[in-house]
Design a protein. Structure first.
Length: 94
């Protein structure tokens, strides 16, 4: 389902939370800025604003934003480190 489709069905202003400001999250944010959608509210959070490995941080963000849709663009991409000492972090994030 697309967000436009959801808008048509529910006729509400969607609150869309995009988590992660890596390659995918940044591309979505740039597209949003280009489109400048007035129908919906977008919120873009990176690791500085939201610790995806901390339940309290996640709950706080969800309580504040109250999103209808969440797009999770978070990924641990340091492959070499993920196989060694970063395995725990990679598991938590991915």
């Amino acid at each position: 389902m697309t967000i436009s489709f959801l808008n048509a069905i529910f006729k509400i202003k969607m609150r869309i939370l995009v988590i992660g400001k890596g390659q995918l999250g940044t591309a979505i944010e740039k597209n949003y800025e280009f489109e400048n959608s007035k129908k919906d509210e977008y919120f873009f959070l990176g690791h500085k604003e939201l610790d995806i490995t901390d339940e309290k941080s996640i709950n706080k963000a969800f309580e504040k934003i109250k999103p209808n849709v969440v797009v999770n663009c978070v990924a641990y991409t340091n492959v070499e480190n993920a196989e060694d000492e970063g395995a725990s972090a990679a598991y938590k994030v991915n």
